[in-house]
Design a protein around this ligand. Structure first.
Ligand SMILES: Nc1ncnc2c1ncn2[C@@H]1O[C@H](COP(=O)(O)OP(=O)(O)O)[C@@H](O)[C@H]1O
Ligand SMILES: [Mg+2]
Length: 384
């Protein structure tokens, strides 16, 4: 079991790419951490520095209270699972799973001699039992004597998980392990990985670009952008109190609606929603908003839409409707702004026709104005 501390960890690749910039994070023993962010933001680089597969340009990485900067991967008590499985193609599943264990024991002395000894035989039997028990929990017993090429993608990924599990490491590191699988299998495997976490109680660090995967798996998620940590928090914190506009737009689907506005006494002036539009601030909320430009953020499920005029609602036009079974996403033009609303099915709403959009500021967020950058910090939201 192990905690992980990163203290101002940076990575500059030869050629000058600064892939990770001064990441300072602490992961508790047994936590399930998800590193999430768009492609190229430095997730894999950070994970590989924890694993020891990538040199550290600055700062320190500690595992279990010990600085491991100069420790080779095999001495860090970590197991890594990759997107492309990385199974040995010429070895059976059984051998792929036991290989790491066998190799670890060989340092001690001449292999041939050991193999003949009673101790060695017992050890091999123990490894066999471990492999078979792990295979049983993953439902791959029937595959043990097959070669990787005779397996489906999902089966290969199970074998890769099994290979990490049998080593019983203090830390599991996953780099987009489910990205090659189809959507349904991905959801099934997510549940298995959660279960694996519950059983092993190991520290797990999991990389994905998929915010939904991050939300469903993480105890805490670390949102990254351009090599910089934007926010580390529970999925509920990152969703409910995003640190800046980037996190707000990255976490949650459909994406949060953003509207340029100007904060004034008692209201938000938002001409992009229609000339003269002023959204009244709910009394008692947001008492300390500085007057001036700001960006309003409203989640799609907080936009009410009706086919009839409603008190306080803004006139809009329905651009498109995406049916989702019991609900639908309605793409609206409101003034010059585009907004997405997620609402209950409503047959009275039709593409190309008028509608009315109600924005509830009691459920909205407010960010510093200016582009979509991470500099646009949260000013206030419903919890303040
Ligand atoms: N071996 C490398 N040499 C040079 N640049 C690299 C190398 N690996 C990754 N990079 C660059 O570092 C940045 C972060 O990459 P990476 O950690 O793979 O991001 P992610 O996993 O979030 O997609 C990217 O700009 C990428 O092009
Ligand atoms: Mg990556």
């Amino acid at each position: 079991m192990a905690s992980i501390e990163l203290n101002r960890v940076s990575k500059t690749y030869p050629g000058g790419v600064r892939a990770v910039k001064e990441a300072t994070l602490a992961f508790r023993d047994g936590e399930f951490i998800v590193l999430v962010g768009p492609s190229g933001c430095g997730k894999s680089t950070l994970l590989r520095m924890i694993a020891g597969l990538e040199g550290i340009s600055g700062g320190t990485v500690s595992i279990g209270g010990r600085v491991v900067n100069d420790l080779p991967p095999k001495d860090r008590d970590v197991a890594m699972v990759f997107q492309n499985y990385a199974l040995y193609p010429h070895m059976t599943v059984r051998r792929n799973m036991s290989f790491g264990l066998l190799r670890r024991r060989r340092h001690g002395g001449p292999v041939a001699w050991l193999a003949r000894s009673q101790a060695r035989r017992e050890e091999l039997a123990q490894i066999d039992r471990t492999v078979e028990e792990t295979a049983a929990t993953l439902g791959i017993t029937a595959l043990l004597d097959r070669l990787p090429r005779a397996l489906s993608g999902g089966q290969r990924q199970r074998v890769a998980l099994g290979r990490a599990l049998v080593r019983d490491p203090a830390v599991f590191l996953f780099d987009e392990p489910l990205s090659n699988l189809d959507a349904r299998l991905r959801i099934e495997m997510r549940a298995e990985i959660r279960e694996m976490h519950r059983r092993t109680k190991a520290t797990m660090v999991y990389v994905t670009h998929d915010q939904e995967e991050a939300m469903t798996l993480a105890d805490r998620m670390v949102v990254m952008r351009d090599g910089v940590v934007q926010q580390a928090g529970t999925p509920a914190e990152c969703y409910g109190r995003p640190a800046n506009r980037f996190v707000a737009g990255f976490v949650g689907m459909p994406v949060m609606n953003f509207v340029d506005a100007t904060a004034a006494a008692g209201g938000l002036v938002a001409p992009s929603l229609g000339t003269g539009t002023v959204l009244a601030l709910p009394p008692g909320r947001w008492p300390t908003i500085p007057a001036g430009p700001a960006t309003l953020g409203v989640r799609p499920d907080r936009v009410r839409v009706s086919a009839q005029p409603a008190p306080g609602a803004l006139q809009a036009e329905v651009r498109a409707i995406e049916a989702l079974g019991d609900r639908m996403d309605v793409v609206l033009s409101v003034g010059s702004a585009r907004m997405v609303a997620r609402v209950e099915n409503d047959a009275r709403l039709r593409e190309g026709e008028r509608a009315w959009a109600g924005i509830d500021l009691a459920d909205a967020h407010l960010f510093e104005a200016g582009g979509d950058g991470d500099a646009c910090r949260r000013i206030a939201d419903r919890d303040d």
